[in-house]
Design a protein around this ligand. Structure first.
Ligand code: HEM
Length: 261
């Protein structure tokens, strides 16, 4: 076993913990032992097809492909807004000691063993097989997003605040659900209105930790609500540095399916 219990038993067994309803899983993922995921990324579809064909030829009958899905970058000004709800993603990732030489302001740098097996900080390093050293654990999730439904929800439940139009109240609700405006600007730094210049500035757009002079982090939600996605998945100063540096993930996402549905 590779020590980390969820890995050998598989994601299907872990579905109840994840809050997944297995009836909503794509049937192709059910009742199978899936041993590998091959991710191919390129600027051109032709490169991907050629590389895929080469891999299939060299692995031949030693593998059986059970599923294949094509992702697609978003068009025009939406490029980089990986998640289909239209919010800029890929801003916040942990840095790794020894790899991230110049961390960005606000970026937490953690022991490399939190991500890489067998490196400093990997608490199960001693009992892992040698061949895992330098490898990592990949979690692949295909999440279907209900885009028109999300947009309708934030329209129907727009926050009513004096001085804000209905659209601004709707955008504010969306930003408070995520913790960032669509531009990527964190609401902890700009709580009432988007600031696209801030959102696009890597020197500033991750430099916050939910603390504010004169306010109590245990009760203050005036900037970022506790329930905002980014505050739940990375509570920053809400927890101690020791806690925050025990478990981390690196994320990478790509949209799939047609635009506008
Ligand atoms: C449809 C589902 C999801 C959407 C639309 C979404 C959207 C976003 C957005 C817009 C950000 C802000 C960009 C950034 O800080 O880099 C973000 C950050 C993040 N998300 Fe998600 N996310 C989704 C699911 C998940 C899941 C399933 C996980 C964990 C298993 C996750 C973990 C994170 C983490 C760790 C961050 C960085 C937080 C930080 O360091 O401040 N997200 N997400």
């Amino acid at each position: 076993s590779l020590q980390d219990g969820e890995f050998p038993s598989g994601q299907e067994n872990d579905a109840p913990t994840l809050g997944d309803q297995l009836t909503k899983w794509l049937p192709v993922f059910r009742g199978k032992q899936i041993h590998g995921v091959i991710l191919l990324a390129s600027d051109t579809d032709a490169n991907i097809q050629t590389t895929l064909a080469n891999i299939q030829t060299s692995l031949d009958t030693s593998i059986k492909q059970i599923y294949n899905i094509s992702g697609a970058a978003r068009p025009g000004s939406q490029a980089g807004h990986e998640r289909i709800f239209g919010y800029l993603d890929g801003i916040s990732q942990p840095g790794l000691q020894g790899f991230t030489t110049t961390p960005l302001p606000g970026q937490q740098v953690v022991a490399p063993g939190l991500i890489l097996a067998g490196q400093d900080g990997d608490i199960t390093a001693a009992s892992r097989p040698a061949w895992t050293t330098g490898g990592s654990f990949l979690v692949f999730r295909q999440l279907r997003q209900l885009v028109p439904e999300f947009n309708k929800f934030v329209q129907d439940n727009a926050l009513t605040i004096p001085g804000l139009t209905h659209q601004q109240g709707s955008d504010l609700l969306g930003a408070r659900l995520i913790g960032r405006w669509k531009s990527g600007a964190p609401i902890d730094l700009t709580p009432m209105a988007d600031d696209p210049t801030l959102g696009a500035d890597p020197q500033r757009n991750n430099n916050f930790n939910f603390t504010h002079p004169g306010s109590d982090i245990l009760s203050d939600q005036s900037h970022c609500p506790f329930a905002a996605h980014i505050r739940k998945v990375s509570p920053r100063a809400d927890i101690t540095v020791t806690e925050a540096t025990k478990r981390r993930i690196m994320r990478s996402s790509i949209p799939y399916g047609p635009e506008g549905v």
